[in-house]
Write a protein that binds this ligand. Structure first.
Ligand code: TYM
Length: 342
C-alpha cells in the first residue's frame, strides 16, 4: 500500500472531501475564492481528493495540446495554493477509469427531465449551439460519479455547482432506495462570502474564464494587470461604499473579494471605508488580491519548471485514487447484477 493510500485509510477515519476543477482555461479568482482556497483550509481535517476533471473539460471542444498542458498546470496550481500532495489525492480524472464506468451506471438512474432542468446545461448549450453533445447533457452524472465513488461526505464548491450537487444527492438516494446503503449522501460546502464572485465588467454575471479577459482576474495575472483590471471594474454612480449585491453589484463584488481574501467581514470593511471614494476601494482591493496571490504565483513558477515532479504526483495519486474508487465500483457492479469476475 502506498503512503497516500495509508493516509486516506488512517485508523481514526476522517470524513472524505471530493472536489474538482476543470483544466479548461485560466483559473480565475472566482475559482480560487469559491473553491481552491477552501480546499486548502479543509485539508487537515478531512481526507481530501482534489481531481483535475479533464473528462468534464471535453464537453466543449479543447485543443489537445492545450488540454494536456493545462492538466499539469492545474496540478501545479493546486500544490502552489497550498495543497500537500502527500496528504491530498491530486490526479487526473481520465487516469481513473472508474469515474467513467460509474457514470455509465448512474446514467441509467438519472432522468432526461432532471438533466434538462440543469441551468448550466441550458447556458452552455446556448453558448455552444454548434456542439450540443450528449456529454454536455450528462455532465452532472459524471460529476455525481466523481463524488459518489469515494463515499464523499463534503463537497467544497461555488454556488454555481449547487444544482449539480443536489442532483447527485437525488441519484444517490434513488440508488440506495433500490439496493441498500451503497452510497454516502454528500453535503455541499459553499462559502458564505465569495461563493459567487461576479464579472468585473458585468457584475450581475458570474466571473467566468470563458468571458473576455477584462471581466476576470486570472490567478496568474501579474500585479500591473490586476491593478488595471480592478481600476476599470464597473461600479455605480452613487459613490457610497456599502454592501448591497442587489442594488450595488459592482461595489459589493469588490467588497466580497476583499472580505474573502483578507478574512474581514464585508460590513466592517464598508464601515472602515466610509467617506472614501471608489478609487480608494479599488486600490485596496487590488492590494489585497495581489498580496493573496503573490505566494501562490511564486510557488507556481517554481513547480511548473519541474514537470517530472508534477507527473510523478499525478501518477502516484491516480494509483491511490484508483484503488479507493474500485471498491465502490465493484460493489455497485455487483448490486446491479453484473457477472462476477473469476
Ligand atoms: P469549474 O471548473 O467550472 O469551477 C471550479 C470551482 O470553482 C467554482 N467557481 C466559482 N466560485 C465562485 N465564484 C465564481 N465566479 C466561480 N467560478 C467557478 C465552481 O463552483 C467550482 O467549485 N463541474 C465542476 C467540476 C467538477 C466537480 C466534480 C466539482 C467535476 N466533478 C465533483 C465538485 C465535485 C466545474 O465545472 O467546476
Amino acid at each position: 500500500m502506498t503512503e497516500q493510500e495509508q493516509n486516506v485509510q488512517t485508523a481514526e477515519k476522517k470524513q472524505v472531501i471530493f472536489s474538482g476543477i476543470q483544466p479548461s482555461g485560466t483559473l480565475t479568482i472566482g475559482n480560487y475564492i469559491g473553491a481552491l482556497r477552501n480546499f486548502v483550509k479543509l485539508q487537515n481535517d478531512y481526507d481530501c481528493i482534489y481531481c483535475i476533471v479533464d473528462e468534464h473539460a471535453i464537453t466543449v471542444r479543447q485543443n489537445p495540446a492545450d488540454l494536456r498542458r493545462r492538466c499539469l498546470e492545474l496540478a501545479a496550481i493546486y500544490i502552489a495554493a497550498g495543497l500537500d500532495p502527500q496528504k491530498n489525492l491530486i490526479y487526473c480524472q481520465s487516469h481513473v477509469s472508474a469515474h467513467a464506468e460509474l457514470a455509465w451506471i448512474l446514467n441509467c438512474f438519472t432522468y432526461m427531465g432532471e438533466l434538462s432542468r440543469m441551468t448550466q446545461f441550458k447556458a452552455k448549450s446556448a453558448a455552444h449551439e454548434d456542439n450540443i453533445n450528449a456529454g454536455l447533457f450528462t455532465y452532472p452524472v459524471l460529476m455525481a460519479a466523481d463524488i459518489l465513488l469515494y463515499q464523499t461526505n463534503l463537497v467544497p464548491v461555488g454556488v454555481d455547482q449547487k444544482q449539480h450537487l443536489e442532483l447527485c444527492r437525488d441519484i444517490a438516494q434513488r440508488f440506495n432506495s433500490v439496493y441498500g446503503n451503497v452510497f454516502t449522501i454528500p453535503e455541499g460546502y459553499i462559502p458564505k462570502i465569495g461563493a459567487k464572485i461576479m464579472s468585473l465588467q458585468e457584475p450581475e454575471k458570474k466571473m467566468s474564464k470563458s468571458d473576455p479577459a477584462e471581466c476576470y482576474i486570472a490567478i496568474l495575472d501579474d500585479p500591473d494587470t490586476i491593478r488595471r483590471k480592478i481600476k476599470r471594474a464597473v461600479t455605480d454612480s452613487d459613490g457610497e461604499i456599502r454592501f448591497d449585491p442587489e442594488s450595488k453589484p459592482g461595489v459589493s463584488n469588490l467588497l466580497s473579494i476583499m472580505s474573502a481574501l483578507g478574512d474581514e467581514d464585508v460590513d466592517s470593511i464598508a464601515t472602515r471605508m466610509q467617506g472614501k471614494g471608489y478609487g480608494e476601494l479599488k486600490k485596496e482591493t487590488a492590494d489585497c488580491v495581489i498580496a493573496a496571490l503573490e505566494p501562490l504565483q511564486a510557488e507556481y513558477k517554481r513547480l511548473i519548471a519541474d514537470k517530472a515532479y508534477l507527473q510523478n504526483v499525478i501518477d502516484t495519486n491516480a494509483a491511490a485514487a484508483n484503488s479507493l474508487a474500485i471498491r465502490t465500483l465493484r460493489k455497485v457492479q455487483k448490486k446491479v447484477g453484473f457477472a462476477p469476475r473469476g
